[in-house]
Design a protein around this ligand. Structure first.
Ligand code: UDP
Ligand code: MG
Length: 315
C-alpha cells in the first residue's frame, strides 16, 4: 500500500455471470505481471443474474486491488464507466468490456503507447468478430460521424482504450449525460494514438445491445457532439423556401407577361404557395430546434445514476 495507484482498469458489468470467472482468471495475472500498482473497478450496472455475488467474492479474494460499484438499476454501459471514472485513483485509466471480446492480454500494448507519449490510445479491432450487419452498420456510422463531427476514430465500437488522468478528469467535469465516452475523450485529447488489438467472440451470452439501442447510441453520438443535424435541416428548409418562392414568380411571369397557363394557373399557384408556406414552417421548426438543442446542451447536468453500495478499501 506504499506507492500510489498508477493504473486503473474500468469494467462495466451487466449480466456477465458466465464471463466474470474467466475474466478474473485472465485479467489479474496480466496486471500482476506489469509491476505497477493497479486497481480494477467493476461497475455492476443493475445485473439481474449473479454478477454482483461474483464481484463481491472477487473483492473478498483481492481486496487490495479490486473495487466494486453497485448501481441500483441499469443505466447503460457509458454511465457505468462514468461512475468508475469519478472514483479512479490511477494516473492511467484503461476501459475494457467484461465479455472478453477485448482480450486482457492486449492491455500492455495500450500502456506501451501511453508510455510513448500519447494521452489517449484507442484500440481498433484487427479481426472483428461481429456479424456482417454489425460490421457494416458501424462502417456507415463512422462515415456519418466523421462528416458531422470532427472526431476521427478507426473503430468507435472498441472499448479497449487507455487514457491519461487529465482526460478522465475533463470527462468527469463535463458532466455529460447520454454521452459516448470514446468520442468525448477524443475531443479532450491533445495527442491521440491508435493501436490494433485482437478481438474475440463474446465468451458467453449474447450482446446486450439491441438494434434499437445501437441507433440510440449513435444518435447520442451525433446530437451530443454537434448541432449539425439541426443546421442541415434549417439549411434544407431555407433552400426549399427560396426554390418555391422562385416558382411563384415563374408562374406569375408565365401567366401575366407571356399570357400562358390560363386554365392551370390556379392549381399550380396554389401548390407553389403551399410549398412556400410549408418551407417557412420548416425553417421555423429548424430554428426552434436550434434553441431546444442549445437549451438541451446546458440542461444536461442532472443526477445520472444512483450508487446503491460500494465495496472498496480506503486509499
Ligand atoms: N454493459 C453494461 N450495461 C448495459 C449494457 C452493457 O454495463 O446496459 C456492459 C457489458 O457487461 C459489457 C459491455 O458493457 O461489459 C459491452 O456490452 P456488450 O458486450 O453487450 O456490447 P457489444 O460488445 O455488443 O457492443
Ligand atoms: Mg461485447
Amino acid at each position: 500500500m506504499s506507492s500510489p495507484v498508477s493504473l486503473s482498469i474500468v469494467i462495466p458489468v451487466y449480466n456477465e455471470e458466465l464471463n466474470l470467472p474467466v475474466l478474473f482468471a485472465r485479467l489479474y495475472p496480466v496486471l500482476d505481471q506489469l509491476g505497477r500498482r493497479y486497481e480494477v473497478i467493476f461497475t455492476n450496472d443493475g445485473s439481474h443474474d449473479r454478477s454482483i455475488e461474483l464481484l463481491k467474492a472477487q473483492y473478498a479474494a483481492r481486496p487490495d486491488v479490486t473495487r466494486v460499484i453497485d448501481f441500483n438499476a441499469n443505466y447503460g454501459q457509458h454511465m457505468a464507466i462514468m461512475a468508475a471514472f469519478e472514483r479512479v485513483r490511477g494516473d492511467v485509466i484503461v476501459t475494457l468490456d467484461a465479455d472478453l471480446q477485448n482480450p486482457p492480454e492486449e492491455i500492455p500494448k495500450l500502456l506501451a503507447q501511453i508510455d510513448a507519449g500519447f494521452d489517449y490510445v484507442g484500440g481498433y479491432r484487427l479481426n472483428r468478430q461481429d456479424s456482417f450487419f454489425r460490421t457494416y452498420a458501424s462502417k456507415l456510422i463512422n462515415f456519418v460521424r466523421e462528416k458531422t463531427t470532427s472526431i476521427e476514430m478507426t473503430d468507435q465500437g472498441c472499448m479497449l482504450r487507455a487514457y491519461r488522468r487529465p482526460i478522465i478528469d475533463a470527462i468527469v467535469r463535463s458532466g455529460a449525460i447520454n454521452t459516448f465516452i470514446p468520442a468525448l475523450a477524443y475531443s479532450f485529447s491533445s495527442n491521440p494514438g491508435e493501436v490494433g488489438v485482437k478481438h474475440e467472440e463474446r465468451h458467453a451470452g449474447v450482446s446486450n445491445y439491441s438494434f434499437y439501442q445501437l441507433i440510440r447510441l449513435n444518435f447520442d453520438l451525433i446530437t451530443g457532439f454537434s448541432l449539425a443535424p439541426l443546421q442541415y435541416f434549417t439549411m434544407f428548409a431555407g433552400l426549399t423556401s427560396v426554390g418555391s418562392f422562385a416558382l411563384v414568380i415563374l408562374l406569375l411571369v408565365r401567366r401575366f407577361v407571356y399570357n400562358l397557363d390560363r386554365e392551370t394557373f390556379g392549381v399550380f399557384t396554389l401548390l407553389a404557395i403551399v410549398i412556400f408556406l410549408l418551407s417557412v414552417a420548416m425553417v421555423g421548426m429548424g430554428l426552434i430546434g436550434e434553441y431546444v438543442g442549445r437549451t438541451y446542451q446546458v440542461v444536461r447536468a442532472r443526477q445520472r445514476y444512483f450508487v446503491k453500495e460500494t465495496f472498496e478499501t480506503k486509499e
